[in-house]
Unconditional design. Structure first.
Length: 423
């Protein structure tokens, strides 16, 4: 169990951190202020501020996030009547605003907030030392820091560095960068798998192994037999071979095989088996494999495998619209179960799971659902068509609706996973 937990944390952490790092790096390059880059969730363990961004490690090692200036998750820190301490420079401009009881600032000026604008006019005003007879106003520097209640130092965000101030193409690239990073991570993972295996392993239309007492064994099929046709239809790849046999459950089927350079014909009836409520044919053989040890094939394996998995995930999503079931989805519980199985088979299996889940996360995030990256891209597209962005209040409402939908779906999926895997 400990091994599974460690593997789960590492896999989930790498996938989410990679996704968020994609948003982070492109946002920074686009001139958008990333106020915080967090690894983990919950209470802060460590924080370090550099070049406008505060890097934090939080107590729950699951997930992470980027906090871009001007987006809905970038909360307003100051409140009217809030007591704060100000650190001023030699020109009486504010360098730091402390709102936390956990942090004490030496030589801080006590102020009770009455008004502020940290976006356009860049000022804060209030009662100095509790004196309500006189309100004092201070200019705030563009790179001033705000110490939040948990002690995290976050840089103020003038309008010029906010998300909406970036050009539309840059915002589109920022939203795309997270899913794209997931696909890049999968490519790297598959390249690593090929390197660890000593080469790129591909399946071919030959018999790698014959199961005992199977239809194939009874029909006389042998290891290394190359099946070149099924009932007259050519099968140049394993996928074509597998699909042809699957489509003939319980039907008399003629296989054309090549054995030691000689062509033979074998007749059999694939056994009928149910898969996802559909009848499929199986004969009890495993795929033959070919290993290419060249560097080019190892690198190419990363791209071809990623594309293959992407196509499979996309087809699975499309098929869901023909008959949706919660069993088609999986949440953290399902991920934990998959990790447990992968960990039992070794490092390569865990890396393969990481690649598969990373592709899943990338594709799902591109769905046009508010609160996901695809939802933000949809809003970008609407803005491009209209020639102007949606009203910020309407955009916030749409995002909240999408977030509520995703939260409800997550609860339902998690409960369904618990019932599937533990009861």
């Amino acid at each position: 169990m400990l091994l599974t937990i460690i593997a789960f944390i590492i896999v989930f952490g790498i996938i989410v951190t990679s996704h968020e790092f994609g948003h982070f790096i492109v946002a920074k390059k686009s001139g958008i202020l990333v106020r915080e880059f967090s690894i983990g969730m919950g209470p802060k363990l460590f924080g370090y501020h550099k070049n406008g961004t505060t890097y934090t490690i939080r107590i729950l090692p699951l997930g992470g996030y980027v906090r871009m200036a001007g987006l809905e998750d970038d909360e307003e820190t100051l409140q009217k009547g809030m007591p704060v301490n100000l650190i001023l420079d030699q020109n009486d401009q504010v360098e730091k605003i402390n709102t936390s009881n956990k942090v004490s600032l030496l030589n801080g000026l006590p102020l009770e907030i009455t008004d502020w604008d940290l976006i356009d006019e860049m000022y804060v005003s209030g009662y100095e030392n509790g004196d309500e007879e006189k309100t004092r106003r201070f200019s705030v520097k563009d790179n001033a820091l705000v110490v939040e209640k948990d002690g995290t130092e976050i840089q103020v965000a003038p309008r010029k560095v906010q998300y909406q101030s970036a050009s539309l193409p840059r915002r589109i690239m920022t939203n795309l960068a997270g899913p794209l990073n997931n696909f890049i991570l999968a490519i790297i993972a598959f390249i690593l798998i090929a390197a660890l295996q000593g080469g790129a392993v591909t399946t071919i239309n030959s018999v790698g192994a014959v199961q005992k007492n199977s239809v194939a064994q009874k029909a006389g099929l042998q290891k290394n037999d190359r099946i070149v046709a099924v009932s007259g239809h050519k099968t140049a790849t394993w996928d074509q071979l597998s699909a042809a046999i699957s489509d003939r459950p319980g039907e008399k089927t003629r296989l054309t095989i090549n054995r030691h350079g000689q062509t033979k014909s074998v007749t059999l009836v694939p056994k009928t088996q149910k898969s996802n409520g559909k009848k499929v044919g199986i004969i009890g053989i495993q795929a033959g494999q070919k290993v290419d040890h060249s560097i080019g094939s190892i690198i190419g394996y990363g791209f071809t495998q990623t594309f293959t998995v992407m196509k499979a995930v996309w087809n699975a999503l499309v098929n869901m619209f023909h008959g949706f079931s919660l069993n088609d989805l999986g949440g953290p519980v399902a991920m934990y179960s998959f990790t447990q199985q992968a960990a039992s088979y070794g490092v390569i299996s865990v890396i393969n799971l990481l690649a598969f889940l990373s592709i899943n996360l990338g594709i799902v995030n591109l769905l046009p659902i508010p609160a996901l990256d695809g939802g933000k891209l949809l809003l970008n597209l609407i803005e491009a068509i209209r020639g102007k962005p949606l009203d910020p209040n309407k955009e916030t409402i749409i995002t909240l609706i999408g977030f509520g939908f995703m939260l409800l779906l997550m609860v339902l999926v998690t409960w369904n996973d618990i019932q599937r895997y533990f009861f």
